[in-house]
Design a protein around this ligand. Structure first.
Ligand SMILES: Nc1ncnc2c1ncn2[C@@H]1O[C@H](COP(=O)(O)OP(=O)(O)O)[C@@H](O)[C@H]1O
Ligand SMILES: [Mg+2]
Length: 288
């Protein structure tokens, strides 16, 4: 881990304009050429993201997406060596955090009581993805940390691999979004065999959505690689090639059987047989 990137002066000024001076910057993450701060002032709290080096292009693309989405305001610009944007800070836990009581087994005494808010969070995540899809967008990089559970529903973040239907496929030269473990088999096959540019779909989003929920509930990736004879330490390309072939069984841990029973067919079916995000949300909601 190197040092945290310095926040570009232009980005800080933009944050000050929205948040009020002085702004307190809190370092959140800095990895693969993408740094995020929480900027807090007297008036507002914003997220500042700075993409540099390999992260410059993806961050610029993400700012363009945020600019088109309703519910996100964005101020963006270039700085020496990179691209930054400022957007409202979404206050609340990530989906991963919302599921912590389930993973920790802290809810075994009174399962129904304690799992109800987690289930509600799962449904809200599905509804957020459904809302994005209904507006014609594909997220492309759903992860346990990319849903923020606010007091008014789930806000999605990290739109670097998002695209709007009907806008063509010339957004990126090569797709490398998504956590390999959560990439739908048909997308893994396309990434493996080409041709680029690979484009995620609403259906591959739903696979990732089910995979996110499975992972958050079990603390384990959905697929049992060992059972399929895949070594735990294979690189992403080899793992993706195996996912592309399919037939990898799901992990056998079932800490929340009825919840996982809803997710299982989503993770095992082909794209045409997957439910929509709306349908998945409704199926989960009916567990209450
Ligand atoms: N608008 C936001 N509101 C709240 N937290 C955010 C926001 N944007 C980013 N974050 C935080 O920063 C982290 C990294 O952001 P992300 O956009 O996923 O960047 P990366 O490109 O590093 O994956 C997130 O997991 C989240 O904790
Ligand atoms: Mg991210």
């Amino acid at each position: 881990m190197g040092e945290f990137a310095p926040c570009p002066a232009e980005a800080l000024r933009a944050a000050e304009a929205v948040c009020g001076r002085p702004v307190e910057l809190t370092e959140i993450t800095d990895r693969r050429g993408s740094a995020v701060w929480r900027a807090t002032g007297a008036v507002a709290t914003m997220a500042v993201k700075y993409g540099y080096g390999e992260g410059e292009g993806t961050t610029a693309r993400e700012a363009a997406v945020l600019d088109q989405l309703s519910g996100y305001t964005v101020v963006a610009g270039r700085a020496a060596g990179g691209f930054w944007y400022v957007t409202p800070w979404l206050e609340g836990p990530s989906t991963w955090k919302v599921f912590a009581p389930v993973r920790d087994g802290r809810d075994t005494q009174d399962r129904r009581g304690d799992r109800a808010p987690v289930l509600a969070g799962a449904v809200e995540l599905c509804r957020a993805v459904a809302g994005l899809h209904a507006a014609g967008w594909v997220h492309g990089d759903l992860q346990p940390s990319h849903g923020i559970h606010t007091g008014t529903g789930v806000g999605l973040i990290d739109f670097a691999w998002s695209w709007h239907e009907g806008t063509g496929t010339a957004r990126w030269r090569a797709f490398y979004g998504g956590i390999t473990h959560l990439v739908a088999p048909e997308l893994a096959a396309w990434i493996t065999d080409g041709p680029q540019p690979v484009v995620p779909s609403a259906r591959s989003d739903v696979y990732a959505l089910a995979g996110v929920l499975w992972t958050c509930a079990t603390g384990r990736w959905p697929l049992d690689y060992t059972a399929a004879g895949i070594q735990p330490d294979v690189g992403p390309a080899e793992r993706r090639a195996a996912i592309a072939v399919g037939n990898i069984p799901l992990d056998s841990a079932t800490p929340w059987p009825e919840f996982q029973d809803v997710l299982r067919p989503v993770l095992l079916s082909g794209p045409d047989d997957r439910p929509t995000a709306v349908e998945l949300g409704n199926a989960l909601a009916s567990l209450t």
